[in-house]
Design a protein around this ligand. Structure first.
Ligand SMILES: O=C(O)CCC(=O)C(=O)O
Ligand SMILES: [Fe+2]
Length: 226
């Protein structure tokens, strides 16, 4: 599932994040790619253990974990510390699939990458190109969002960042290990959760809400790994 998560960061938080990352020391992004992806990766990144990445990454981590839509869709178990990339004119990241297992630079814990997330930190008018293109069975989807908005997509997907031809695209990106490994099961839980939320808004006293919420939790109990 490809999900647009709006307003992960407020405009003030985007400005704060940008102030921190723009003042950081950027490095060649190919250092953190697997050797296949490194051949098609041309960007800059903040080193993941730099003060700037840690400070801004913590803001992003807190914001996504406080966002009900993100939590409902991702059902996060572990999150890798958010990283930051920048694509200027001529830079791009060709087609690739992200590594399945990554090691947290904070505590060395191995994290299975079930979901990938990009939080956009640049006004779309400030750059040309730079779409994140995610392929699924319905075709290729180009994504370019307002600053503060995020896209959540299965880490199993083939994806790329199109070349930037003007300006610079700065974003945060990170991976999530979900409590629900299987994307189909995770999608069903998200649909059930969304339906329960809609019923609650339409008819808060409906006793069926209790039954459906019970079914949700019992499925979560059966399928989750924590
Ligand atoms: O910048 C993005 O939107 C995605 C970056 C990416 O695909 C990666 O770093 O693996
Ligand atoms: Fe990627």
């Amino acid at each position: 599932m490809l999900l647009h998560v709006p307003n992960v960061l407020t405009p003030e938080q985007v400005a704060q994040c940008r102030a921190v990352v723009d003042a950081g020391t950027w490095a060649d992004g190919s250092a953190t790619a697997g050797h296949i992806a490194a051949q098609v990766k041309r960007n800059d990144q903040l080193p993941e253990t730099s003060d700037a990445a840690r400070q801004a990454g913590e803001m992003v981590r807190r914001a996504v974990l406080a966002h009900p839509l993100f939590v409902a869709a991702a059902l996060p178990h572990r999150i890798l510390p958010p990283m930051f990339n920048s694509y200027g004119p001529g830079q791009h990241f060709g087609n690739h699939i992200d590594n399945a297992i990554r090691v947290s630079p904070i505590d060395g814990v191995q994290i299975r990458t079930d979901l990938s997330c990009t939080v956009f930190l640049t006004d779309p008018d400030a750059y040309d190109g730079g779409e994140l293109v995610v392929e699924d069975t319905y075709g290729a989807h180009g994504v370019k969002l307002e600053p503060g908005d995020a896209i959540l997509y299965p880490a199993t997907s083939l994806h790329r960042v199109e070349p930037v031809t003007r300006g610079a695209r700065v974003s945060s990106f990170f991976w999530i290990q979900s409590m629900i490994r299987d994307g189909g099961q995770r999608g069903l839980l998200f649909e059930l959760d969304t339906a329960i939320q809609r019923l609650t808004i339409a008819d808060a006293k409906n006793p069926v809400i209790t039954d459906l919420t019970g079914v949700y939790h019992n499925l979560l109990r059966q399928w989750s790994e924590v």
